[in-house]
Design a binder for this molecule. Structure first.
Ligand code: UD1
Ligand code: CA
Length: 454
């Protein structure tokens, strides 16, 4: 099997995005466009992947890390000039080189494989991936001769009226015989409407040389959307969202309303988990099997165990165990670790805290910088007083302790295991195991007071 290489074009600023962020770094379902492309290329098993960087070179290489090698295009003189920058890495090598634009986030490995297979079958020096577009606006058009053979690509800005009516477009994806590619690139000029060195001109040059030039028309035009502006970005987002939802549904996840459910590209979800409408799952989130993720829950970079319910709640950078219930209307803030069979009820905020197995924080609490043991009951309105305006302090509540309603735990403070805190207490001293802490004004009843007032 001959070597396969890939060049990914990602040096452009992306003026049409009107953004501070470089085009290829705009996320689609939470993952930068160019990373989608690189991840798909990797599935094809390319021996070397070279990403051409220019605008935002550092940001792009930081994002992709070791998934790719890099070549710098200092000035963006066009797509052919961009590919030429890969010569220092790939020049002279024998094999087949895929070229893909970094702004084509929906492209799939199978499509690239079909392109490579067709290229090999045709014994071609260059094969261009084309598609039929209902509306070809903005794309290069494929010009074929009377026998249907590909002659060249013409950019929209250089096309005649007649050429513009062609609906077969250049998807911006190609494969080439590696040596023929770099040899032909030297002969590309910039004598066109945009004054740029156009990569698809290589097709015309090789054709004129009498080489075999082929085209592979993919039936999946919708996978070949080139994102040049925010309208196309939202379209890519919509399609990717449905694709991701479909993958999970095929794996056994129930998604009640895929159009209204947002799942990041890298999320993992177990079988028989049910997602209600309005769920947003972002980043590297893992959700186990048999979970119910209720309406409008927002879960970011978190891990959720098995058979857990999260209902209309926010969970950020935290981990939640098995058979736990969260919400409705709970807020789990970063670095929280909630273990198994825990109940976090409505209007409870947990921040940077650990909650042990079978503990209950059922209503209206704030728990910050705390370690809560197992089988603890935090009564309604329990507050950890963790902040004095300058510093944060820790609260510890031991196993099986019972904290009555409306308790303030003024940190740093420890309630040892098997202790009891009476409702309404402001705890300022450690409470030993087995003790009752009670700190509240004694009640006095003034008999007959109300009728005396009248
Ligand atoms: C390009 C194709 C067009 C095709 C379309 C498919 C050319 C001349 N045109 O047009 O035929 O229909 O893609 O989406 O190739 N880039 C660089 N360096 C440069 C210029 C571009 O790295 O000097 C990168 C960009 O970052 C981008 C990609 O190449 O990721 C494509 O460039 P773009 O300007 O978006 O080309 P299109 O006008 O979309
Ligand atoms: Ca483009």
């Amino acid at each position: 099997m001959p070597n396969t290489y890939a060049v990914i074009l990602a040096a452009g600023q992306g003026t049409r995005m009107k953004s501070k962020l470089y085009k290829v770094l705009h996320p689609v379902c939470g993952k930068p466009m160019v990373e989608h492309v690189v991840d798909e290329v990797a599935k094809v098993g390319a021996d070397r992947i070279v990403t051409i960087v220019g605008h935002g070179a550092e940001a792009v290489s930081e994002t992709l890390g070791e998934k790719s090698e890099y070549a710098l295009q200092e000035e963006q003189l066009g797509t052919a000039h961009a590919v030429e920058q890969a010569e220092e890495v790939l020049g002279g090598l024998e094999g087949t080189t895929l070229v893909i634009c970094g702004d084509t986030p929906l492209i799939q490995a199978e499509t690239m494989q079909s392109l490579l297979d067709h290229h090999k079958e045709m014994n071609a020096k260059a094969t261009i991936l084309t598609a039929h577009a209902e509306d070809p606006t903005g794309y290069g058009r494929i010009i074929r001769d009377e026998n249907g053979e590909v002659l060249r690509n013409v950019e929209e800005k250089d096309a005649s009226e007649k050429e513009r009516r062609v609906t077969e477009i250049n998807t911006g994806t190609y494969c080439f015989d590696n040596r023929a590619l770099f040899e032909a690139l030297r002969r590309v000029d910039n004598d066109n409407a945009q004054g740029e060195y156009y990569l698809p001109d290589v097709i015309r040059i090789l054709k004129e040389d009498g080489e075999v030039v082929a085209a592979y028309e993919t039936p999946k035009f919708e996978d070949m959307l080139g994102v040049n502006d925010r309208v196309a970005l939202s379209e890519a987002e919509r399609r990717m969202r449905l694709r991701i939802a479909e993958k999970h549904m095929r794996n056994g996840v129930t998604i009640m309303s895929p159009e209204q459910t947002i799942i990041s590209a890298d999320a993992v979800i177990g079988q028989d988990t049910v997602l209600y409408p309005g769920v947003i799952i972002e980043g590297a989130t893992t959700i186990g099997s048999d979970c119910h993720i209720g309406p409008n829950s927002h879960i970011v970079n978190s891990t959720i165990g098995r058979a857990t319910t999260v209902h209309s709640s926010v969970v950020l950078e935290s981990s939640i165990g098995d058979e736990t219930a969260v919400g409705p209307f709970a807020h789990i803030r970063p670095q929280s670790v909630i273990h198994n069979e825990v109940k976090i009820g409505n209007f409870v905020e947990v921040k940077k805290s650990t909650v042990g197995n079978s503990s209950k924080l059922s209503h209206l609490s704030y728990v910050g910088d705390a370690t809560i043991g197992e089988e603890v009951n935090l009564g309604c309105g329990t507050i950890t007083v963790n902040y004095d305006g300058k510093n944060k302090y820790e609260t510890v509540v031991g196993d099986r302790s019972f904290i009555g309603c409306n308790t303030n735990l003024v940190a740093p403070v420890t309630v040892e295991s098997d202790a009891f805190v009476a409702a309404g207490t402001t705890v300022t001293k450690d409470v030993p195991s087995d003790a009752l802490a009670i700190g509240r004004v004694r009640q006095e009843n003034k008999e007959g007071y109300v009728s005396k007032l009248k």
